[in-house]
Design a protein. Sequence first.
Length: 413
Amino acid sequence: MKEFYGLQLAAVTLWWILIYRISKKPLYDATNGTVCTRPSYLPVDWLLAVQKYRRAIFVGFPCSLVVGALYGEHLVVRIFVAVVASFYHLAESSVTCRHGEFPVLYNAIAMVLPRDLAHAVSLGISIHFIFCTGVSKVLHGGFHWVQSDTMRTYLQLYGESSSGKPLLPELNILVRKWSILTSSIGFATIFMECIFLPGLLFAPGEFRVLGFLAMIGLHIGIAVLMSLKVGVVFLTTIPCYYIGYSCTASIGSIEWIVAFGVGFLPSLWELTTKTMLPENWPISPLPLFMWSGDQAEWIASLMMKGNTRIVISTDVIEVGLKVIPHGVAVDTDEKVVHDIILRAVSFTLVHPILIKPIIERDVDQLISALRIWLNQNERLVEVRTGLYLRKASLVRIDGKGMIVEVMDTKKSK
């Protein structure tokens, strides 16, 4: 257990340094924003209180890992780290909607258990994180996900982006020219996420370290070929993969059965019911790059690349208002509206009610579903005012991010 806390401390420290080098801001400021997502059971005042003290919470997390690395043999210390990690993850993920540190949260909680059981749960967490991601692709991207255009679309979108470029842009361009390469990457991704990495649970314990090596290789490949930013954003999960895939619990043992339950039951429920897990902290369906090529291209064309955006607001959406993208904190009392990308929809985020309109590529249906979700669930909160975001519209913006036209059709009003 001390090993987990020590490794996690090293990864978190490196992550803080990396973020500061890139953004010139400490992590608690670099991950701040104007909108946060409220867990359905948590009063909004409690969530805003967490955001108010985010600096202390963020600093407290690595400090708690230091305590865990020194005194992790004591149950009270492990509980302390789990509590601090939970506050940290809620503060961070409710603003960023980032899935990369769910294994960190789950492992911090798992470490409260006795050593052998904690190790088995950690293996289950690694399998769950990977298998659930693969299942989301199969369920919603379908057969089209493994066709050549899916990886070509993602490679092109990131290769041509201004902030998410790959480490080797020339290789990105070369690979996406060849259908055999992009389709092979698609098949390899599904094979790893749905068969190979989950299947290591059924292999002799000494072979499971291949899972750790495969995940390292996967993220290096993502960084080199698709996006350096996406590749390194999972840096803090490396200790989770190491601890998880170093578990050698024998097949059929109590620990193995526990690992199986944690790793497979959530995704088997999804496959059986054809229903995604809710995106409701600390639960997530982990829908990482679940969209097929045509679906991803539609999202990008409508909401990311051109001059149209779908925006949300606490009040009437009108011409002249500024659209605030994800990851930007605004210190102003002026009324603004907020982009839905990485707040309600993205390549790695979606709420179940919004899936069908995206699959059908129906913007009017999407906006209608978004409005229903905003008002019935009251999940998105404007941090500055503490008000729920209830309005949604398709708009056209100028080069400064100002609304120049509200484009709702009659069907979407």
